[in-house]
Design a binder for this molecule. Structure first.
Ligand code: SAM
Ligand code: SF4
Length: 491
């Protein structure tokens, strides 16, 4: 039985189609086998993705996955970056993970938190400790958006998660010119019942994120031992269906790449997105594509026959970007800086200054403690360094959380994204929230790079026909008010 809730049988069965779930392994394998990278066909599919912002069909995605020709691949990367620009403009949203507890009843072979890893020090943060972590994240580093992360344990179920969310929202810290506050709390936790998900909804959850890990049933069973809550493949597969039923319409999908054939996982993520679109009229808010990293006490990752090379990683990011054009795409600090630089033009979000030990933001963090975390990070640079680099590459960092708070979620935001209208808000809110961050947190070097970029962005917005006079006037007014210390003004 899942540890965090009372399992209800219809939390799975009512969504099945004649007893079958939506992952048709044979159909996926056949599609991959039949796919041929005919250049004319590939270009046709790229044009479709660029023109329509509609989700691709499985055969189309499989064709893109089969491309090996380096020139054609370059065309795909360029098109994927264009799709990102068209839907989200040149902004990159940053966030940080906040690990609240590592108590876990599961034994996922690849994870440092699995229950058999006795070298892991188990902790569950008190609300006071969560407050302290938040003070550092919102008041010293300057984050506005967090993803709170939990193992799966009865001791850290929905009530604890909901209380954590409320605690985080309650923290307000004085900064150089204004105040810092977390404005959006996303959750990465075990699948839950509708009843438990409603508790998170009431607490003000942003996005509910569950990675399927692998969509391949046999592999899933091999690495999530029977008798543990996580061994129930379908309970996890329908986590997002239950979230929608609970009224949470911002959901995030992901697969842990390196467990099984990466092309299969891309096809399955597409199937999952299409299933949500078909059933609820809304696709995933974001898609994540973490690659397995080394973790304490396991050599599973090194031995895996399905590790994804850097070249294939870039390809999978491009194919996902083109296949589900409206979805946000999240690259994490699991990746090394050079990899992130390479894929960031196709992505919409990244984390920065991340620490994945329990209490690691406010605790003194020794090298010894750093070993006791879920896995090893590839990019440990500060948010300030990351923002400076993004600015130098022409990307504006956005701390915008307004979509969610202005009711632009679910099918509303889907329509806005597909029509390119959300990108208009993205740019303006990126400018406003970047102004806040520069004034409150930037180092002198990042400030200098940031000022150049923000001036360019303002000029672009004020000269663009995309915005009517009212919006342009509002932008200038809000911008000046933020410069004088007001906070949280957005479109
Ligand atoms: N315990 C919850 C669960 O399993 O869904 C949520 C938290 S878990 C800490 C978040 C995600 O970390 C997992 O879904 C998995 O994809 C990822 N993860 C686990 N071990 C990893 C590793 N060694 N390298 C990279 N990512 C890993
Ligand atoms: Fe626990 Fe999640 Fe790690 Fe599995 S991936 S051992 S469920 S924390």
């Amino acid at each position: 039985m899942p540890a965090t809730e009372t399992k209800q049988p219809d939390g799975i069965t009512k969504y099945l189609n004649n007893g079958r779930d939506f992952i048709d392994e044979d159909a996926i394998e056949l599609c991959l086998k039949k796919a041929k990278a005919d250049p004319a066909r590939v270009r046709e599919i790229i044009s479709k993705a660029l023109a329509s912002c509609e989700t691709l069909e499985p055969g189309e995605t499989a064709t893109l996955l089969s491309v090996e020709d380096p020139l054609l691949l370059e065309e795909m990367y360029a098109a994927a970056a264009l799709v990102k620009k068209k839907v989200y403009d040149n902004r990159v949203v940053t966030f940080a993970p906040l690990y609240c507890a590592n108590l876990c009843e599961n034994n996922c072979l690849y994870c440092g938190f699995r229950k058999d890893n006795t070298s892991e020090i188990r902790r569950k943060l008190s609300m006071d400790e969560i407050r302290k972590e938040t003070e550092v994240l919102a008041g010293v580093i300057g984050h506005k958006r967090l993803v709170v992360v939990f193992g799966e344990s009865r001791a850290t179920g929905a009530d604890y998660i909901a209380e954590s969310i409320r605690t985080i929202y309650s923290v307000k810290v004085k900064t150089r010119k204004g105040f810092g506050q977390i404005r959006r709390v996303n959750v990465n936790a075990a699948p839950m019942s509708v009843e438990d998900l409603k508790k998170l909804k009431t607490a003000g959850i942003g996005t509910f994120q569950v990675f399927q890990e692998t969509y391949h049933r046999k592999t899933y069973a091999d690495i999530h031992p029977g008798g543990t809550p996580k061994s129930d493949f379908r309970w996890r597969l329908y986590a997002m269906h239950r979230a929608f039923e609970a009224g949470i319409d911002d959901v995030a999908l992901g697969a842990l790449f390196g467990l099984y054939n990466w092309k299969f996982e891309v096809m399955a993520l597409l199937a999952h997105a299409k299933e949500l679109e078909k059933t609820f009229g809304i696709g995933p808010h974001t898609i994540s594509f973490p690659r397995i990293e080394d973790a304490a006490g396991t050599d599973f990752n090194r031995k895996s026959a399905h590790r994804v090379s850097d070249r294939d990683f870039k390809k999978l990011v491009a194919v996902l970007r083109l296949s589900v054009p409206y979805a946000g795409m999240l690259v994490t600090a699991r990746e090394k800086p050079e990899i992130i630089r390479d894929v960031i033009p196709m992505c919409t979000q990244r984390d920065a200054s991340s620490r994945i030990g329990i209490g690691a933001y406010s605790d003194r963090y020794s090298a010894q403690e750093a070993k006791r975390q879920q896995f090893m990070l590839g990019d440990t640079r500060s948010l300030d360094e990351v923002i400076g680099e993004l600015a130098a590459l022409g990307h504006i960092t956005s701390f915008c959380t307004s979509g969610y708070r202005c009711g632009r979620t679910g099918d509303h935001i889907m329509k806005m994204l597909k029509s390119g209208k959300e990108g208009r808000f993205c740019k303006l809110n990126a400018i406003l929230t970047f102004r806040e961050w520069l004034d409150d947190f930037a180092s002198p070097a990042t400030q200098a790079a940031g000022e150049k970029l923000i001036l360019r962005e303002i000029k672009e917005a004020l000269n663009s026909e995309t915005y009517n006079l009212e919006m342009r006037t509002k932008l200038t007014g809000y911008y000046n008010r933020i410069k004088s210390g007001e906070r949280d003004l957005c479109f």
